[in-house]
Write a protein that binds this ligand. Structure first.
Ligand SMILES: [Zn+2]
Ligand SMILES: [Zn+2]
Length: 87
């Protein structure tokens, strides 16, 4: 299977978008309470890309930061209009 040259993720209303190139370094799902709260579902599923893989970020965004149990800080960028977390 060939990898698409560019992947695009977008929020529900489509105004916030991120484009990446290449394959994700990690794809995971998580059922911790924070992921359940963030997604409103039993699991959060996510693909991780290196910063160098980001081709473009377009649209308005709000950011929510929280500290993980590991001590690392995480930033979640979401659409202020429809509320979808995009990256
Ligand atoms: Zn939106
Ligand atoms: Zn989690």
């Amino acid at each position: 299977m060939t990898e698409p040259a560019v992947r695009t993720a977008a929020c529900s209303c489509g105004q916030l978008r991120i484009c990446t190139t290449g394959a994700p370094s990690v794809v995971s799902s998580c059922h911790c309470l924070e992921c359940q709260r963030r997604t409103g579902s039993p699991f959060g599923a996510q693909a991780f890309f290196s910063r160098a893989a980001i081709v473009a970020i377009e649209g308005e965004r709000s950011t929510y930061r929280r500290q993980a149990d590991s001590g690392a800080w995480l930033a979640f960028h979401f659409c202020p209009k429809c509320g979808s977390t995009v990256f």
